[in-house]
Ligand binder design. Structure first.
Ligand code: BGC
Length: 344
């Protein structure tokens, strides 16, 4: 599932984007297409088995793994990982999010839907997550490779919980899950909400995945409520879209449909009672971003945080990526959740 077929820089399939897209296919009633994606990812992961095992072994004996042995964050249509373009390929949220989506798929399509290839790749991904999750890696925005983002730790925790539900027995998994929970709880206890990373106390909207979406924080958890309130106060824009983080300058730093949908989902799950009005407003904002052909962009140009930086990105990479596949996927997840809430 390419991130954006019409945008040369994004003609790749990212594990992160793809995981949410597969979840949307399952939620939207197309598990057969989700199955094709999961088989393709499983094959990509297994093609990296030898290097991933070398990385796992290095960590086990206290050595630093060779960066060449990391699982890449994205693959071309042919399943090839690009090299040498300076892109921060080590992004530890990818394998965690893939495991999370795979388990949702097993629930949507039936456990028998996972073949030996998917199960073998899932076991390898879970083992890799156990070994590697603490290492600093690029965050969801492919920045700050020297830090451990909270959304990355949460994605890996969600991935291991999913692996456990899939019945994958891994020695040490329970201990790792407890370590991950402790790490996130300690961060929240220190500042009262979930900060962006271990090196930055600002909030970042990728944190929105950690609540009802990934199920890492309970909707009634005090720290989660405070996190959501901070995102609301600091990152919801004047017309209701959601920014990535306060200092964003990418294409001027606009509001993102993927995050506005995540915000809507978080509102819908708020405190157990739900905040339907805000969730609906989030969906309305996203719908307003569609172009004449109904396509959604990566971000909106209205109310950008750093207008002076917009032309530089347009000159470098062209118009903002449209259609961004996971913008559509997250919108489907929000629309589906709203429809289910309506029926409940
Ligand atoms: C985003 C990533 C995303 C990629 C492809 C980047 O600009 O920061 O989160 O995976 O685009 O959509």
């Amino acid at each position: 599932i390419l991130a954006c077929p019409a945008y040369p820089m994004y003609r790749y399939s990212w594990l992160r984007d793809g995981a949410f897209c597969a979840a949307a296919l399952d939620a939207g009633g197309d598990p057969a297409s989700a199955a094709v994606f999961h088989r393709w990812v499983a094959e990509c992961v297994l093609a990296f088995e030898a290097p991933m095992r070398r990385a796992i072994e290095a960590v086990a004996v206290g050595e630093t793994p060779d960066p060449q042995d990391y699982l890449p964050c994205r693959f071309s249509e042919a399943g090839v990982a690009p090299t040498g373009d300076g892109w921060g390929a080590f992004q530890m949220d990818g394998p965690g999010l893939w495991l999370w989506a795979l388990e949702r798929h097993a629930r949507a399509a039936g456990a028998a839907a996972l073949g030996a290839t998917e199960r073998r790749a899932a076991a390898l991904a879970a083992e890799y997550v156990c070994a590697m999750w603490r290492r600093p890696s690029c965050d969801a925005w492919e920045e700050h490779e020297d830090r451990l983002a909270s959304s990355t730790a949460a994605a890996d925790l969600a991935g291991l919980l999913a692996a456990n539900r899939l019945g994958l027995e891994l020695g040490g998994m329970q201990v790792t899950v407890a370590d991950m929970r402790d790490e996130l709880a300690a961060r929240a206890a220190r500042v009262g909400y979930l900060p962006r990373s271990d090196g930055d106390d600002a909030v970042d909207a990728s944190i929105l995945w950690c609540g009802p979406i990934l199920g890492v924080f309970h909707a009634r958890d005090e720290a989660w409520r405070e996190t959501l309130a901070r995102v609301e106060a600091e990152l919801v824009g004047p017309d209701g879209g959601v920014y990535r983080y306060g200092a964003d300058t990418f294409y001027g730093g606009g509001q993102w449909p993927v995050l506005t949908a995540a915000y809507g989902l978080a509102c819908l799950g708020r405190d157990g009672s739900g905040d339907r009005e805000r969730a609906e407003a989030a969906l309305t904002w996203i719908e307003e971003q569609r172009d004449a052909g109904g396509l959604l962009p990566e971000q909106s140009h209205r109310h950008v945080l750093a207008p002076a930086r917009l032309p530089e990105w347009q000159a470098r990479w062209g118009p903002v990526a449209t259609p961004l596949t996971w913008s559509h996927a997250m919108t489907v997840l929000l629309a589906q959740a709203l429809a289910l809430a309506e029926r409940a």
